[in-house]
Write a protein that binds this ligand. Structure first.
Ligand SMILES: Nc1nc2c(ncn2[C@@H]2O[C@H](COP(=O)(O)OP(=O)(O)OP(=O)(O)O)[C@@H](O)[C@H]2O)c(=O)[nH]1
Ligand SMILES: [Mg+2]
Length: 407
């Protein structure tokens, strides 16, 4: 069984472009409209991170089983979820409240979409660009996200604390109670340390301690990257700079979800050649575009590509998955000379795995039996044998050698 697909959640204030970003990433048909609370039920789809494929280095052409290759790049699937929008005070029941956030309990990383042009009111009503402050929006909405997370953790904590005295392994018990939040034991250990609570007995934690732990746990187990959206509109560039100043350069990506959506749609219909993340596109010779379509493409070029280089959308997803989650890409193969599986497919799988994953852990991800009967692995690039503790490197091509399967 390959590693479970990562889940990227899209959150933010209502009417800032979350569903537009979702549609640009997945090309799934979803409702998009310029008023608050268009999305109510979550949208789930598949998007792709983009990475130079190892086939370039190996001089072969690959046959991906999941995802695809275009030119030198491998597009590897991740799950994307778009949910209803928040407004300030959501944790107190304003707008649609924050219960719908429960749909995101399994998310591994969150993309927080902010209207960098300041053209939506706190309640999500459209306004002239520059009317509102995106930094304030980002701060207020993040607070709502943390309030949601705190309320879920408080519930889990109460179940945990009732049984902790009888428990021999309290950390495992806590992890068990928090498993619905897709939280791992190492996340919990880190959060306890980050909250400065490592020397305090669980039974003497105050409600404030639990809340602080919850916020740290959110930061560690569901890191947030900010998508400063609508960079095509006036004033957004300056706000992008301010958002970066406030939240850190590495935590903010300027995007135009609408521009990416227009390009992806036009490419899907065969009007243009466009590869996500590229700085340009080419209108096909035989494309018969209406004046309106031509105008839209010209605006994308002038207001986004010429000014910022790209629409930012691919960079955003890549940063969320590779940087925030610290994942690398490895290619398991069965034939380490031809880089194929048993059916002769070249480089069939590209796995997204955490940095630090060992050869044996990879074997378990491929198949439990392969993990159990693991003997050694072969680094296909060098032909070297490596042991179970070998720590995988980015773009490794690995064959696992195991004892004959027991029947
Ligand atoms: N100019 C500009 N407008 C955008 C961009 N992205 C989205 N929009 C517009 O913003 C409005 C809201 O878009 P949606 O994607 O429905 O927003 P949402 O956050 O999903 O909204 P709710 O589901 O109602 O919370 C639509 O009119 C979009 O066309 C962008 O990059 N630039
Ligand atoms: Mg929406």
């Amino acid at each position: 069984m390959p590693p479970p697909e990562k889940l990227v959640g899209i959150i933010g204030k209502t009417n800032v472009g979350k569903s537009t970003l979702f549609a640009a990433l997945t090309l799934a048909p979803v409702e998009i409209a310029n008023h608050p609370f268009t999305t109510i039920k979550p949208n789930i789809g598949v998007g792709y991170v983009k990475k130079k494929c190892v086939h370039v280095e190996l001089g072969v052409r690959c046959n991906p089983r999941t995802g695809f290759c275009i030119g030198d790049y491998r597009f590897i699937p991740v799950k994307i979820m778009d949910v209803a929008g928040l407004i300030p005070g959501a944790s107190k029941g304003r707008g649609l409240g924050n219960k719908f956030m429960d749909d995101l309990r399994q998310a591994d990383v969150l993309i927080h979409v902010v209207d960098a042009s300041g053209s939506t009111s706190p309640e999500g009503h459209p306004a002239k660009p520059g009317s509102y402050d995106p930094v304030e929006e980002a701060v207020l909405i993040r607070r709502e996200v943390d309030e949601w997370f705190k309320s879920v953790v408080r519930g889990a904590w109460q179940r945990f604390i009732r049984h902790v005295i009888a428990s021999k392994k309290p950390l495992d018990l806590l992890a068990q109670n928090l498993s619905g939040l897709s939280v791992k034991k190492h996340h919990i250990v880190e959060a306890i340390r980050a909250a400065g609570l490592e020397n305090k007995k669980f039974t003497s934690w105050s409600p404030e301690d639990v809340d602080l732990f919850a916020v740290k746990l959110r930061e560690i187990s569901k890191p947030i990257i900010i998508a400063a959206n609508k960079i095509d509109l006036p004033g957004a560039e300056e706000n992008l700079r301010r958002l970066r100043e406030r939240f850190g350069e590495e935590n903010v990506v300027g995007i135009s979800a609408l521009a990416e959506y227009i390009l992806r749609k036009a490419a899907e219909k065969g009007y243009i050649e466009y590869i996500p993340g590229e700085p340009g596109f080419r209108i096909k010779d035989n494309a018969s575009l209406s004046n309106q379509q031509l105008r839209a493409l010209r605006l994308v070029k002038r207001n986004v590509l010429d000014k910022y280089g790209t629409t930012g959308v691919q960079e955003l997803l890549n940063k969320a998955v590779f940087e925030k989650l610290g994942l690398i890409v490895v290619y398991p193969v069965e034939d380490h000379h031809k880089y194929t599986d048993h059916a002769g497919n070249v480089l069939p799988d590209a796995y997204l795995v955490p940095r630090g994953t060992t050869a044996r852990e990879l074997a378990y991800m491929i198949h439990t039996e392969l993990g159990k009967t693991f003997l050694y692995a072969i680094n296909a690039k060098t032909g070297e044998r490596v042991g179970e503790d070998y720590v995988l490197r980015d773009l490794d091509v690995i064959k696992i050698v195991a004892a004959a399967a027991r029947r």
